[in-house]
Design a protein around this ligand. Structure first.
Ligand code: HEC
Ligand code: HEC
Length: 284
């Protein structure tokens, strides 16, 4: 399966099987601060047909990059989490409220929240990402302006909310009212786009473990998001990553926050059900 995909892809992209050692995801284990155990490999959720074991992108990074996540003092993403902590306590908007006024301590009220998003929010009648929920609180509960969907403010806040759920299993619901959107996301995942006619699955399902240019292809999981990238030295949101990957196929991309990307996020999140929340992670 993998080798077939490799030949199919290598015509258009510089994909090569690196030496067996570096091409296989490694077997290291991730424990943050000596206490938060992160499940980085586990049996694939039942709905996945072509992959038996799901793996965090952490396994595909170099030892040096992996090491940043072992301790919060070494994880540059945690600096942005601290910034968001200040924002959590800051009053903004016409109603004179801060996040803390309604939600109190983030480590109590937001524990477990990241693990179940995107989710169908009954009161809103729609599937929401964390970004959508946060902006709803800003505009409706606070009377403040919405943050740019994939801007730094919101991505840092999502990282703060993720950080308090680290180690908990991703568990997004894909049935009931979320099902239609999940199906739409799945279809997008398998649709070939762009001049290169590549789908997400061509790279992240058929070819993970391969080298593409100088990069070690992972399963494209989002349990580690937001991800601090050494490349741009800031936290990157899920939709910003999707946008970059779609661009790489030389296709027109959907906008961050668009219904298509929300559906895709729901589907991709569900491919990581059972992995631990790991964000903010560190990637190259
Ligand atoms: C005036 C009160 C109020 C303020 C201020 C407020 N929220 Fe909320 N927030 C709510 C309510 C009400 C809900 C929905 C009830 C619930 O399920 O917790 C909610 C839900 C949420 C959720 C989803 C929780 C879940 O379990 O699904 C997140 C995340 C969130 N808020 C983040 C924020 C952030 C970040 C801020 C500050 C930028 C903020 N909120 C400010 C009232 C507020
Ligand atoms: C041409 C191959 C290719 C295609 C097609 C592609 N990606 Fe990627 N993607 C990459 C590479 C290379 C990386 C960086 C190395 C890695 O983590 O796999 C990456 C990284 C990612 C990551 C970050 C994983 C992590 O742990 O940091 C996510 C998420 C992702 N891709 C999702 C997608 C989605 C969703 C699609 C379809 C819209 C897609 N990709 C299409 C090549 C591709």
């Amino acid at each position: 399966m993998k080798f077939k995909a490799l030949t199919a892809l290598s015509g258009v992209l510089a994909i090569t099987a690196a030496g067996a050692v570096s091409a296989d995801p490694d077997d290291d284990t991730l424990v943050i601060n000596g206490e938060i155990e992160i499940v980085t490999k586990t049996a694939a959720p039942e709905h996945m047909e072509y992959i038996d074991e799901v793996m965090s992108g952490w396994h595909f990074r170099s030892d040096e990059t992996q090491a940043f996540e072992l301790d919060d003092f070494d994880n540059p993403g945690m600096l942005f989490v601290e910034q968001a902590m200040d924002v959590w306590d800051t009053v903004e908007g016409e109603k004179g409220k801060s996040c803390a006024d309604c939600h109190e301590a983030v480590e109590d009220s937001m524990k477990g929240v990241r693990a179940v998003y995107p989710k169908y929010v009954e009161s809103a009648g729609e599937v929401r990402t964390l970004e959508m929920q946060i902006n709803d609180c800003r505009t409706n509960a606070m009377g403040a302006e919405a943050w740019k969907y994939d801007g730094d403010d919101i991505t840092n806040m999502v990282a703060l909310i993720s950080s308090v759920s680290r180690g908990m299993p991703i568990n997004v619901a894909i049935d009931g009212p979320a099902e239609m959107m999940w199906e739409q996301g799945k279809e997008l995942y398998y649709t070939r786009t762009g001049q290169l006619e590549l789908s997400c699955a061509n790279c992240h399902e058929d070819s993970y473990g391969m080298m593409i240019r100088a990069d070690h292809l992972s399963q494209g999981q989002i349990n580690g998001f937001p991800a601090y990238r050494l490349k741009n030295a800031k936290l990157n949101s899920v939709h910003a990553r999707f946008k970059g990957c779609v661009r790489d196929t030389r296709a027109e991309t959907f906008a961050p926050g668009s219904p298509e990307f929300v559906a895709l996020e729901l589907y991709v999140a569900s491919r990581g059900n059972g992995l631990s929340v790991e964000g903010p992670s560190v990637r190259n």
